[in-house]
Design a protein around this ligand. Structure first.
Ligand code: PLP
Length: 498
């Protein structure tokens, strides 16, 4: 039973339960206290494919799944669903090493977790059990979750995005989702409002009891769910392995990773890889102008009492980085009382401060910088003009942060590219081709023609697909909506005999 809550409910659960629940009943997040007992560096360096690496990581962290279950899930998730055989290829461009995480079906890194999660979720359900999967999204999780869960038996997926807070392409991706079990809702609020409401719904005991009577439950597809986070550990090892194979580094050499950050899931997966033996010196945590996390890692004070900004990198427009809770758990040596106190302060005051010792320990592994919209635009332009590489605004925030912190880094640094530039053609065109005009779909095609960098197939025809109208909700209306959806889900799966 490897999983316990960051907030001290020590009733350990197995991985299937943790994945099915999404969050722990006391409101905390599930963690494996003994994660560093799994030292995977040697087997990962001997593995022969991305899929083999994924099986190794999953077998270590999801021990109650059978090898057959994990193999089936990995084969289904990482096959021709990705348009590159390496799944997460590292491109060497001059002195840059760019880990491209956007080769999946929705062109953002969320596919790595969300192509796999539906399979391990379905395997965790008892016969006759149904689950309603909720996804709060800052833009990319939504479509990736819809694509992953579409028509998966016994599941229904509902995604909540901030109305007016995602790019037009991201919105169109969600509104053109197929599947009879998919729902898209636009929330009058920002990502934090949506994620907070999802967490409250997961902790609503009365709702859980009502649903249990009809053998249903709710869970989350956000990186608060370990099932979403764990698949992301794999690509840190896979990137390292590619650099070793091409003699860019020696096996065992320390390297750095730059990670464009919002909810802190991606970079936390990197830290998990480090705890499991990957030789990493520093993680560069890059934020956009919503710099709460970067400021925290610089000062030790987490403070969200400031305006929520809409930036050109909308998938990082987040002020409450949920997965930081897991990092605080590990960095405090498993001090669940401390984590509970800090999270209560965050709830009450929107702020907390950690001790100088804890800050020093965080800074051993993490350095941080933020990039405002102007810096992001400059970075897109610079990467294109200096290196001929077209990057999206989130990746560009990473590029800017990496350059500003170069003096603090030694050795090779890998920059994680989290989305295709064509999900954000307006920001990219403003930086590299300001003479282009039109709506986002026109800009995408013109940019592709001008730069010669092809746009992904899944984005090219979006504007010609029929789109649905989103359900419009306030965050307050989410719980009632969810209850109705969950009960309807049960009803439907009985009717069609799924
Ligand atoms: C979600 C997302 C991020 C932030 O990742 P977190 O795991 O939330 O820190 C960065 N870039 C893009 C393109 C994203 O979709």
């Amino acid at each position: 039973m490897p999983y316990i809550s960051t907030r001290g409910d020590h009733n350990a659960v197995n991985a299937k339960t943790a994945i099915k629940r999404g969050t722990a009943p006391d409101g905390g997040l599930y963690v494996d206290p003994n994660i560093s007992q799994h030292q995977l560096f040697a087997p990962m360096m001997a593995a022969t494919s991305y899929q083999a690496m994924a099986r190794i990581v999953l077998a270590a962290l999801l021990p109650d799944y059978t090898a057959d279950e994990l193999s089936a899930a990995v084969s289904a998730a990482y096959s021709n669903t990705f348009d590159d055989p390496a799944i997460t290829p590292v491109r060497d461009v001059d002195d840059l090493h760019i880990l491209e995480l956007f080769h999946g079906p929705t062109s953002a890194f969320k596919d790595i977790g969300l192509q796999l999660l539906p399979h391990i979720m379905a395997q965790a359900l008892n016969p006759q059990e149904d689950v309603l999967v909720l996804a709060a999204t800052s833009g990319d999780t939504g479509k990736a979750a819809l694509a992953g869960f579409q028509d998966v038996p016994h599941t229904r997926i509902t995604t909540f995005y901030p109305d007016g807070g995602v790019s037009p392409i991201q919105e169109r991706q969600m509104l053109t989702a197929g599947g009879l079990n998919t729902t898209v809702a636009a929330i009058q609020g920002n990502f934090d409002d949506a994620q907070t409401a999802v967490k409250q719904i997961l902790n609503d005991r009365q709702l859980a009891a009502t649903l249990r009577q009809s053998d249903s439950s709710v869970t989350a597809a956000n990186s608060i769910n370990v099932g979403r986070l764990i698949p992301q550990v794999v690509y840190y090892f896979a990137a390292y392995r590619q650099l070793v194979d091409r003699d860019a580094i020696r096996a065992g050499e320390l390297i750095n990773f730059t990670v464009p950050t919002g909810n802190f899931g991606d970079v936390l997966a990197g830290y998990y890889a480090k705890m499991m033996g990957l030789p990493v010196a520093k993680f560069v945590v890059a934020t956009n102008a919503n710099s709460v996390v970067a400021d925290f890692l610089q000062t030790g004070r987490y403070d969200r009492n400031r305006p929520f900004l809409k930036t050109v990198a909308p998938s990082m427009d987040i002020q409450v980085s949920s997965n930081l809770e897991r990092l605080l758990y590990y960095k405090s040596g498993g001090d669940t009382d401390l984590v509970t106190r800090l999270m209560a302060n965050l709830d009450r005051d929107g702020a907390y401060t950690v001790s100088p010792e804890l800050l020093a320990s965080l800074q051993n592994d993490f350095v941080a910088a933020s990039a405002d919209d102007e810096a992001v635009e400059d970075a897109i332009r610079d990467a294109y003009q200096q290196h001929g590489y077209l990057m999206d605004p989130h990746t560009a925030a990473g590029y800017a942060a990496q350059q500003s912190l170069a003096g603090n880094l030694s050795g090779v640094t890998v920059l994680l590219s989290t989305a295709s530039p064509y999900k954000f053609p307006r920001a990219v065109a403003a930086a590299v081709a300001p003479e282009l005009h039109g709506d986002d779909f026109d800009l995408m095609r013109q940019l592709a023609a001008k730069t010669g960098v092809p746009n992904p197939n899944n984005l090219g025809h979006l504007d010609r697909l029929p789109a649905r109208v989103p359900v419009r909700l306030t965050p307050d209306a989410m719980p009632a909506f969810v209850e109705q959806q969950a009960l309807q889900n049960k009803h439907q799966s009985q009717e069609v005999g799924l």
